[in-house]
Design a protein around this ligand. Structure first.
Ligand code: HEM
Length: 561
């Protein structure tokens, strides 16, 4: 008697029966022997049984294997993944975890660890554990392939001092409120026609900056360009957000700035130990109390502003709507998909002020630092502006498509000195990254800084070379095709920045105008002093002190012709 020959293949539930018919036949044959007195050699089969054994059974078997393989594909059965405990992790200390391996410039520390331990590492700081991803392939998995699973953010800041509980937008869970607000931002608040309607605000604020720099020049003074640029980006957002209260005289915007700055500065002074570590539940240095006090001040200021808006009312349909008008209309609308709360509105303004003011200002500061250190790049940019725009009017937003070198400077600045170097995510369900199982609730940081400085993708990655983007600019889509996961200064996927279009408009026109109207001098000592700020942002650590030398008087130039 022939043995039953079935050998297991990869899927344990499917067996490849090489001699299926014969085996079945032999088995049935045994049954047959029982029935017919043990004749082993000549099986006698009825015509129906012949049909079943030779045609129907093999056919059913083939159909079954097709069905199995289709179900297999549908249920997304994957090859077995490695457990996350196998992800590389440097040696750690009790209580502190990996704290001792991190310097004050976190993106650089993570980059150095990735060189040593690979693109995916597991780190622990105090009680917080997170994964750091530092390759384009991993970034693509997290931000594109499984974007919906990783659309939550883990919170890397001291939320317990926030007086508006559960009202945040930037850190909001990926749910109904966040989706509603994101749609509002992308369709109404910071996009398309609304952004165009605000263009006069951007022009006026740039002109105000140029005027004050011209005064510095006439008085022969050195100026703090950092503070002036931050005042400009703050006024722009305050006026776009609350034009009826924040006018061009800057008073209300300056008060808002001071309060928000105090919240940000106190928050950034909190150490890891105070946010994630053993001091998490104790306000040892009183910084938490200061944050709360500043937030209460912000709250009463916003209450007054909202009261004034409601009292003032809208004068007519043609009246220019600002962000506050749109949000208050949504708040009052009984048919709105979501009933906004006042706390959500107040927190939204806080979010855009924190996310949009210093980031845009720091990016312009970095561009200026690079240009002041590279006179040949500054001359090349000025020649381009002079030949395209001329010397009788100021550079404006509609010139941007005709100024490829200026665009190269902006792109290169955002690559080399990104103000969002670490992208935060949290998995909402069990998933996989880089062949490892990742449980729901895992905290993830994507080191955008490392990807934008990857020597395999960017030649001389630490050098400022705007030219590297000129070829791609001409080719149009090359960057998107090849390097998209090595270049995302505004993040990527569902949680990407809402202010990209605004920030890019401001960066191009402000840098263009600063170079068009002035020559610049900076102390040699200043150059070597320039560092990244501590923590996880990529801002400039020290104020940019420099002397503007007048070239074209901005007040004598026409705007907009
Ligand atoms: C050069 C300037 C700017 C840079 C480099 C920048 C960068 C970023 C980055 C990297 C993120 C995280 C994206 C992600 O997680 O995938 C982000 C998010 C965000 N940014 Fe910006 N940003 C800038 C300006 C602005 C401005 C002007 C605004 C407001 C008008 C703004 C508002 C926001 C908001 C609200 C989010 C959170 C979006 C969400 O969670 O859905 N940003 N930004």
């Amino acid at each position: 008697m022939q043995a039953h020959i079935c050998e297991p293949v990869k899927q344990p539930w499917l067996y490849s029966c090489r001699k299926t018919s014969a085996t079945v036949f032999n088995r049935l044959d045994i049954d047959h022997q029982v029935d017919h007195g043990g004749d082993y050699n000549v099986p006698k089969l009825a015509p129906m049984a012949t049909f079943f054994f030779f045609f129907l059974f093999p056919l059913l078997l083939i159909l079954a294997s097709f069905l199995f393989s289709a179900l297999n594909k549908r249920s997304g059965t994957r090859p077995l993944q490695k457990p996350s405990s196998q992800i590389a992790s440097p040696p750690s200390l009790p209580i502190l975890g990996h704290f001792h391996l991190l310097s004050s410039a976190l993106p650089k520390s993570f980059q150095a660890l990735a060189h040593q331990y690979g693109p995916l590492i597991r780190l622990k700081i105090g009680s917080s554990e997170f994964l750091v991803a530092s390759s384009a392939a991993l970034a693509r998995e997290i931000l594109r392939t499984h974007d919906a699973i990783f659309a939550n953010k883990f919170v890397f800041s001291p939320t317990r001092y926030n007086i508006y509980k559960e009202a945040e937008f930037v850190n909001a869970p990926y749910g109904t409120y966040w989706k509603f607000m994101k749609r509002l931002c992308m369709t109404k608040l910071f996009a398309g026609p609304q952004l165009d309607r605000f263009s006069h605000i951007r022009e006026e604020e740039i002109m105000k900056l140029l005027r004050s720099l011209w005064e510095c020049f006439e008085d022969g003074l050195t100026c703090d360009l950092s503070t002036k640029l931050t005042a400009m980006t703050n006024n722009m957002i305050c006026r776009m957000a609350m034009s009826k209260k924040c006018s061009s005289d800057d008073k209300q915007s300056a008060v808002i700035r001071e309060t928000v700055k105090e919240i940000v500065v106190c928050g950034s002074k909190l150490s890891f130990a105070e946010v994630h570590g053993p001091l998490k539940h104790v306000d040892l240095f009183g910084r938490g109390k200061k944050i709360k006090m500043a937030m209460l001040r912000y709250d009463s200021m916003m209450n007054q502003i909202i009261k004034d808006y409601e009292h003032h009312g809208r004068t007519g349909e043609d009246e220019e709507q600002d962000v506050m008008d749109i949000l208050l209309d949504t708040y009052r609308d009984p048919t709105a998909e979501i009933r906004l709360t006042m706390d959500q509105i107040k927190h939204f303004f806080l979010d855009i002020l924190i996310a949009g003011v210093d980031t845009t200002s720091a990016s312009i500061q970095w561009a200026m630092i690079e240009l002041l250190n590279r006179p040949e790049a500054l001359t090349k940019l000025r020649d381009e502006i002079d030949s395209v725009v001329g010397t009788s009017r100021l550079v404006k937003e509609s010139d941007i498509p005709n100024l490829p070198y200026l665009r190269g400077i902006v792109r290169e600045t955002l690559r080399l000195h990104t103000s969002g170097p670490l992208i935060r995510r949290k998995s909402s369900q069990n998933s996989q990254i880089g062949g490892y199982d990742v449980k729901a609730g895992t905290n993830i940081l994507i080191n955008a800084y490392a990807l934008m400085h990857d020597p395999d993708v960017w030649e001389e990655p630490n050098e400022f070379r705007p030219e590297r983007f000129l070829k791609e600019d001409r080719a149009g889509t090359e960057l998107k095709k090849g390097k998209d996961m090595n270049y995302f200064p505004f993040g990527s996927g569902r949680r990407a920045c809402i202010g990209e279009a605004h920030a890019e408009n401001v960066m191009h026109t402000a840098i263009g105008a600063l170079v068009q109207c002035f020559d610049w001098r900076m102390d040699v000592g200043e150059k070597s002093n320039i560092k990244m700020v501590t923590g996880y942002s990529g801002a400039v650590a020290n104020a940019l002190m420099c002397s503007p030398v007048g070239r074209l008087n901005p007040m004598a130039l026409c705007v907009g012709n």
